[in-house]
Ligand binder design. Structure first.
Ligand code: DX5
Ligand code: ZN
Length: 217
């Protein structure tokens, strides 16, 4: 039951300050890395993670929307990333998992809305986190795609049946109105970008999402 603000919607010119505004309500930080190829948008990379690292004790989770994550993993580890999340659409992720483990990072795997859930099931034993995209990646502020919740339910059942220590995260269009749907389907971690950083009070917005998702916590 965790909230992961996505810094994609923060003011990049004041990133340290922006992150400070969610301390106390954020359980981890979600860092959206886009290369202009895997997705059309272009964002940030290891140098920004390195600048952020001394500004916060929060777990830095790097969502790699890039064509060639293999060439970036060492730099992300050096920059202080705690985990990298790679897309299953790129092909066999096992060599990437091995490199992440060797570098001491956590291992995440992510699937896009059109990608079938069967594509990730063979890897559940090898990962710490399964991220289900609830928008097509590229930009913040898009609308939640409720159909992906069926995939969350399948993965939840599989993880529980096999007793695996894998967390399920969801990313895209999460706000107070959609958070309860994601929580009910079995998500452990909610990523929220625009709903948090475009709010006047980002910490209050994160708390509102948490309270909506898990009212009995
Ligand atoms: C989308 C990114 C998301 C994005 C979510 O490509 O992967 O992490 O920041 O933004 P919101 O919460 O605004 O949909
Ligand atoms: Zn993301």
């Amino acid at each position: 039951m965790k909230i992961a603000p996505s810094i994609l919607s923060a003011d990049f010119a004041r990133l340290g300050e922006e992150v400070g505004r969610v301390h106390g309500e954020a359980d981890l930080l979600h860092v959206d890395v886009m290369d202009g190829h895997f997705v059309p948008n272009l964002t940030i990379g290891p140098p920004v993670v390195a600048s952020l690292r001394p500004q916060t004790d929060l777990f830095l989770d790097c969502h790699l929307m890039v064509d060639n994550p293999a060439v970036l993993l060492d730099d992300f580890a050096k920059a202080g990333a705690d985990r990298c999340i790679v897309h299953v659409e790129l092909g066999d992720p096992r060599p990437l998992f091995d490199r992440m483990r060797a570098l001491g990072m956590g291992v995440g795997l992510v699937l896009n809305p059109p990608t079938p859930v069967d594509d990730v099931l063979p890897f559940l034993d090898d990962i710490d986190l399964l991220l289900v995209m609830s928008v097509n990646p590229g930009w913040g502020g898009q609308s939640f795609i409720p159909e992906v919740l069926d995939k969350v339910r399948v993965v939840r059942k599989e993880i529980d049946a096999r007793g695996l220590p894998v967390e399920i995260e969801i990313d895209g269009g999460i706000k107070a109105a959609t958070a309860p749907l994601a929580a009910e389907a079995g998500c452990d971690i909610l990523v929220a970008g625009s709903a948090v950083f475009h709010a006047d009070d980002p910490a209050a917005a994160a708390r509102e999402i948490r309270d909506a998702a898990w009212p009995d916590r």
